[in-house]
Design a protein around this ligand. Structure first.
Ligand code: BEZ
Length: 252
């Protein structure tokens, strides 16, 4: 996982929509009662809570101790764990792994897929949604220009991997998964707290080492670049999200 810092309160206030928009991945998963389900990169447990409240047997993992603490405070079964090396040995496998808005934060997606494979029982399902190729392209351009203006290279600060359908399918299939559904699609996403609120949650890697004043200057520049492209009077700020959604099965 990237070493992005997570603040559960800030996340809930400015990015709570992320979990709400994750519901379609649950429809794709089609959870069954009696199955053991793992939420990979569960964050503050918002999506897990939907499953737990309906009576499903669900556990979660996340690499952020702060987010795990927030999920635990809701009574959820959550552990701090690295998705690239899930520690669920033989006899503790899951029937299903679900993941929303998390895979693009993980640096080695080959290792993640291998690790999910090991955590799944035969006939197990892996349903996920994450940022797809081109996700937040305009926002990233704005960040790149704003960093360049300060003499800073964007690349080493970029915490995201937005993969193409073809590459991700190949990673899954090379591991042995049968990919029954995979799609990349645009999903323009209104930002309830504006672009500034979004940057406050998601760009702390980009602004590492900045003073408060420098950070505000960075936000100003990103906003200025993005305003003509992502802002309109009627809808406010709408981020240029692209999603990758898939369902993969581990054969018996
Ligand atoms: C997301 O939560 O889906 C997301 C976060 C950061 C950049 C792009 C997408």
């Amino acid at each position: 996982m990237s070493n992005q810092e997570w603040n559960p309160e800030k996340y809930a206030a400015s990015a709570g929509f992320v979990s709400e928009l994750g519901r379609p991945v649950l429809d794709l998963l089609k959870p069954q009662f009696g199955e053991r389900i793992l939420d990979l990169g569960c964050g503050d447990g918002e999506l897990m809570k939907i499953l737990a409240d309906k009576g499903y047997d669900v556990a979660g993992v996340d690499s952020s101790p702060e987010m795990v603490e927030a999920a635990r405070s809701r009574g959820l079964d959550v552990r701090v764990m690295n998705a690239e090396n899930l520690e669920f040995g033989p006899g503790k496998e899951f029937d299903a792994v679900v993941s929303n808005a998390a895979l693009h934060w993980m640096s080695d997606q080959y290792a993640v897929v291998r690790s999910v494979w090991r955590a799944l029982a035969p006939n197990g399902r892996f349903a996920a949604e994450c940022g797809g190729e081109g996700c937040v392209r305009i926002i990233r351009e704005g960040m790149k220009l704003s960093l360049a203006k300060r003499g800073i290279d964007y690349k080493p600060r970029n915490p995201w991997k937005f993969l193409e359908v073809g590459i991700f399918s190949r990673i899954l299939e090379n591991q042995g998964f049968r990919v029954s559904f995979i799609a990349r699609f645009d999903r323009p996403t209104p930002l309830p707290d504006g672009l500034r609120g979004w940057l406050g949650v998601f760009s702390n890697r980009h602004t590492e080492g900045f003073s408060d004043e420098e950070r505000e200057g960075f936000y100003d520049d990103v906003e200025e670049y993005c305003r003509p492209r992502l802002y309109n009077e009627r809808l406010g700020w709408v981020a240029d999200y692209v999603r990758l959604r898939f369902l993969a099965e581990k054969p018996a």
